[in-house]
Design a protein around this ligand. Sequence first.
Ligand code: AKB
Length: 340
Amino acid sequence: MRKSVVLVTGANGELGHGLIETMSEGGHDSILALDLVPIEEGMRRRCRETFVGDILDRDLMERIVSQYEVREIYHLAALLSTRAEFTPETAHRVNVEGTMNLLQVALEQSSWRGDPVKFLFPSSIAVYGMPDLETKRTAGPIPEHKWTSPTTMYGCNKLYCENLGRYFARFYRQLAEAEDSRAVDFRGIRFPGLISATTMPTGGTSDYGPEMIHAAARGDAYACFVRPDTVIPFMAMPDAVEAFLQLARADRNALSLCVYNITSFSLSADDFRTHVERAFPDAKISFQPHLKRQAIVDSWPAEVDDRAARRDWGFDPKFDMERAFDEYLLPTIRDRYATR
Ligand code: AKB
């Protein structure tokens, strides 16, 4: 019989790292990791098997399911917001068609198992499109259903995939005479900007936060590409990973939404600089806004309303701004660069 496994796509990314590390430290021995480039050595030993390949490659998917029964999918592979603007058509293929492929794998596996496959999907604050700065400043925390007119390809892709997931979970082949026993247990989180102490983000537009800290720790100068007064929500990576795992474990009957906002703290780029300079007094941080990337960040909310996640599955982040800097980011980042 096939071994039952959890498939993680985009495994080499920041969230993939955090997730695989946490799952394997919790004793998980059935992780399959998939990425376009070979899975890093340190991660490989945490996985049952690793695959190098494209999520658009149906033959690869067939090969995986011929060997393994997939019971859970963490579909993390995506082109992020800045990178997607350089190649929007490719972004659409990877972000949308790739997700469609994985949803079909989930559907098929659900039918083999006789039980819906859990499909964990990282969405983003990029699904929002605040119309102007005044609205962004005065709107307060934005709930899931408001201001969902994204301006980026990535945001459009994520929003559409949220809807695809909801369709596969609740309405798949709704006109069929016979009740279709296949379904996907789709669960999504709209993540804020994520900050990891151990990996660097690539291709995103919220990257200025983590880039500022890592540059200061390395002793490099950093020119921040947004204005000092720019505010978006952020979260420390351990809270993001824990939230994903917590949502995966949640009782399905308690979930009133398919996709949830979560947040830890909102802060301005200038607040970020203040924190970084306090920890690294020699940091050389300047502001040189890139007008077009600025416009993207300005279209994202300053705060999101995550009451549904707190109520339905007990989301409760450990790291507020102070703790994120003092107890997670700074000690870990200092260690990381001190040993180089
Ligand atoms: C990005 O900047 O594209 C991502 C995101 C906010 O989803 N970090």
